[in-house]
Design a protein around this ligand. Structure first.
Ligand code: TTP
Length: 222
């Protein structure tokens, strides 16, 4: 089967970088939707719904692409969903709350096969331990502006703040796109990536994703 041309329905620069590692060709066209959480909606249902709604919104675009991909990431701490901070003050508050504790990150993906109209979703769950960074480190990180477009007000990938210690789950998922789940979902549609994605992840992130390995070996940890 010829490789799919993917429409990545996303504003996220991280998702662009991560998707580029799969070797699949893609175009980017963000889909803006209302991201309000519904009353009594669980974090899992919420991220899955947002990923699905972004993909469906993008399916209205005029495009030659054969697959649409959208995703959503949320941080969950003490049963509360922390999305992107609304102000620098809220970024400071989020980072103080998460400091020295473990929280959850959920990333959902939604994939639409435009040949059949089939829509598939998948969900990746990670437990993320934060280091006990100091208040002055928070202040410098928030002043850099970096936290403002990120769920929970941090980037696991930050080279200066490096907020996460001893993380063992799916790093790519916390960054915004679980490549393991994407490869699994695309395989259901009959698409294999042109490159060895675990090897590319290892090269770029310097670790072997245990979630990816579990999925490749048929035992899902995600
Ligand atoms: C927790 C975490 C989130 N993020 C980012 C990934 C997402 O871009 C963002 C979560 O917000 P999202 O609403 O999932 O995504 P987005 O608004 O950036 O892009 P779009 O909806 O158009 O696809 O936070 C990191 O880059 N690193 C992290 O460690």
């Amino acid at each position: 089967m010829s490789p799919p041309l993917i429409l990545l329905a996303s504003n996220s620069p991280r998702r662009r970088v991560l998707l580029s590692w799969t070797g699949w060709p893609f175009e980017v066209r963000p889909a803006d939707i209302d991201e309000t959480q519904a009353v009594e909606e669980t974090p899992q249902d919420y991220v899955l719904r947002l990923a699905r709604e972004k993909a469906l919104a993008a399916s209205e675009f005029e495009t030659e692409t054969s697959v649409i991909l959208a995703a959503d990431t949320v941080v969950v701490f003490e049963d509360e969903v922390l999305g992107k901070p609304e102000s620098p003050e809220q970024a400071v508050e989020f980072l103080r709350r998460l400091r020295g504790r473990v929280h959850e990150v959920y990333t959902a993906i939604a994939v639409i096969d435009r040949r059949s109209g089939e829509l598939l979703t998948d969900l990746c769950h990670s437990l993320v331990p934060m280091r006990a960074y100091r208040d002055d480190e928070i202040a410098a990180y928030v002043a850099s502006g970096e936290p403002m477009d990120k769920a929970g007000a941090y980037g696991i990938q930050s080279a200066t703040f490096h907020p996460v210690t001893d993380f063992k789950g799916c790093y790519a998922s916390v960054m915004g796109l679980p490549l393991c789940h994407l490869v699994r979902t695309m395989a259901i549609l009959g698409f294999e990536p042109p490159v060895d994605v675990p090897a590319v992840c290892q090269k770029n992130l310097n670790y072997v994703c245990p979630v990816y390995r579990a999925i490749l070996e048929g035992e899902d940890e995600g």
